[in-house]
Design a protein around this ligand. Structure first.
Ligand code: PSV
Ligand code: MN
Length: 387
């Protein structure tokens, strides 16, 4: 694709940032506090909007319920609109209550299952107020020991809960079902892989789609294959972008394996799915435990934009011709030529043409925003993972 067309595609790319990336976070060993961290969802939205304004690549911010519960969602949506950002996906939380020790929608106790379903329905009520399209479902459900529970019965319970929620969502809304192969359960996980998510979504209907969280696979999994397959089936609803070295590390997307991110985005570009019309949500799902949060988010957006720009530069007709001719090395070289291109000048040009600073990270440093929030956000309690 030529540079002018690539820039037009970059205009279309809208990434969603997670509210929880701006709060304090850590591992199970320690949560580290940082100065200036938001104390409520309004301040999280303001920080997300800074990332949006500087990068030109962010359209919305995902909320997590109950972490982002507010009395008046209309007020939060108005605040977001004032800041130039929309409220996006509502992430449900069926993993942080003592009742969920044996699972949520798959738990053996019907009372616990009902409680989890009620939470999901409450999330749909919130979506109605925020104008959100997507309900994100990630279940920490599973078992730790062989024989602990009936694997098949748990699938029945899952299917029942999903269909109750599916019946409640509006025609313009969707359920997106995320999979993860282990953790916190270590023997069986009830939605461990894309196949299980896909099978449930297929049965539910067109408003149910699969979420590919890039950190939720076993080492060596070919994620771009999964992406290509789901795109072909029209069942890829969303990405949760992050990167991993070991497990669900939630590190900055593209930090551990930028080539993998490029390969994934190549499949997205080939399916013409950068365009919001394709209804694939590009969401970050990350935490910034040791690095400053807003710059961490800016870096993440730049990484996605760079991967997309490289994917847009793949010479598709030449690639198709080489593939048809069985030219193994020729086809591979065409892909690698695009990956090896330094797209930073192209992205700088793109920003300047859109009235943005060509270097968002420098612009953030120069803005004084970090110093301002550190001075202003005194008192109250800082938002943190799980609060
Ligand atoms: C689970 O690991 C997950 O990826 C889900 O998307 C959650 O919503 C998110 O992390 C935050 O807990
Ligand atoms: Mn996720």
């Amino acid at each position: 694709m030529d540079h002018a067309s690539a820039k037009r595609q970059l205009d279309l790319l809208s990434i969603e940032v997670p509210s929880w990336a701006y709060g304090n976070s850590g591992t199970r060993f320690k949560v580290f506090a940082q100065p200036g961290v938001p104390r409520d969802p309004f301040e999280k939205v303001s920080d997300a909007a800074v990332v949006a304004r500087l990068t030109g690549g962010v359209g919305s911010v995902a909320l997590h319920i109950p972490w982002d519960k507010v009395d008046d969602y209309g007020k939060l949506a108005a605040h977001a609109a004032d800041e130039g950002i929309a409220l996006g996906t509502i992430n449900s939380n069926t993993f942080q209550d003592d009742d969920y020790v044996l699972g949520s929608v798959c738990a053996p106790d019907p009372r616990v299952r009902r409680k989890a379903i009620d939470h999901l329905l409450e999330c749909v009520d919130i979506m109605d107020q925020t104008g959100s399209r997507d309900l994100k479902l990630w279940f920490a459900d599973g078992t730790n020991y062989p024989g602990q529970d009936d694997i098949r019965a748990r699938q029945d319970r899952l299917a029942e809960a999903l269909s109750i929620v599916y019946d409640r969502i509006g025609d313009h809304q969707r359920m997106v079902l995320e999979y993860k192969f282990f953790e916190p359960a270590f023997y069986t996980t009830d939605v461990p892989d894309w196949g299980v998510s896909y099978a449930h979504c297929l049965r539910l209907g067109p408003k149910a789609k699969v979420v590919v969280d890039t950190g939720h696979h076993a080492p060596g999994t070919n994620i771009e294959f999964i992406v290509a397959f789901l795109l072909r089936e029209g069942k890829l609803g969303a990405f949760d972008f992050n990167s991993r070295f070991y497990a669900d590390d939630d590190l900055i997307v593209g930090a551990s394996d930028p080539f993998q991110l490029f390969r994934i985005m190549h499949e997205v570009v080939k399916a013409d799915a950068i365009d919001p019309k394709a209804d694939v949500a590009f969401v970050l799902d990350q935490c910034h435990n040791i690095e400053p949060k807003i710059p961490g988010q800016i870096r993440s957006i730049l990484n996605v934009q760079e991967a997309v720009a490289k994917a847009l530069l793949v010479d598709q007709p030449a690639l198709a011709a080489a593939q048809a001719a069985g030219d193994v090395l020729g086809a591979n070289a065409i892909l690698m030529d695009a990956y090896d291109t330094d797209v930073r000048p192209l992205l700088q040009e793109w920003r300047v043409e859109r009235g943005l600073d060509p270097r968002p990270m420098d612009a953030y440093r120069a803005s004084g925003y970090a110093e301002r929030i550190a001075a202003e956000r005194i008192g109250g309690s800082q938002a943190g993972w799980g609060a």
